[in-house]
Write a protein that binds this ligand. Sequence first.
Ligand SMILES: [Zn+2]
Ligand SMILES: [Zn+2]
Length: 226
Amino acid sequence: MVTLEEAASGGCLLTPDAARGETLQMAKHAKQEPSGKGGATKAGGFSALERNILKSKGLSDSGLEKLVAAGVGSRDDFRTVGDAATLADLAGLSADVAGKVMAWAIGTGGGGSVTNAGGGTFVVESGDIVNCLHCKTKQPKDYKSGDLCISCGKQAEPSFACAWCSANGPGKFCRNCGAEFVPTGELELAICLKREGVAKDEIAPKLRAMSASEKEALWGRVRRSR
Ligand SMILES: [Zn+2]
Ligand SMILES: [Zn+2]
């Protein structure tokens, strides 16, 4: 009876455990497998390159999963989605990330996009055309980030404070340390993320991927640390 019980409980324990161990291993294996070289890709029909591009647009792993769960599995599917607002709703992305993803996926090279730069918004037209922050004059083609406006002589682009090294400068990245600037209104959030150990390259993408409620929680931590 003891042996029977032992055998029974052993058998009971063994089967689900073994099965779980197996699926766990399989899941691990699937995750580790670099899906670039042929074979079935995870994350829907996106290739490794496409996934990397999507991540470079600020999409997090969970964002990518939501996208796939919503049925978006290839670049063509974005055409069905149609516009950034729909994509944002579908996959729970921020408008900023959704806009960048759609711009890439649909290839609206000529379309303008609006970037929220903290307090004010300034319109970035297709390519690298910059309009002066002060007088709205379109800057010449050879304009480089940090140049003075050809019309009013003020710095044409807004200047940002770097959350990582606290240097100041125009453009998208800090010239001192290379960190990506975050919108001025989110500087304190970025500094808080830095303090919490987020890597330099991950702060701006992380902020972009955050939902409003996640940012609210982060603001709470900022206030508590004051
Ligand atoms: Zn100007
Ligand atoms: Zn810096």
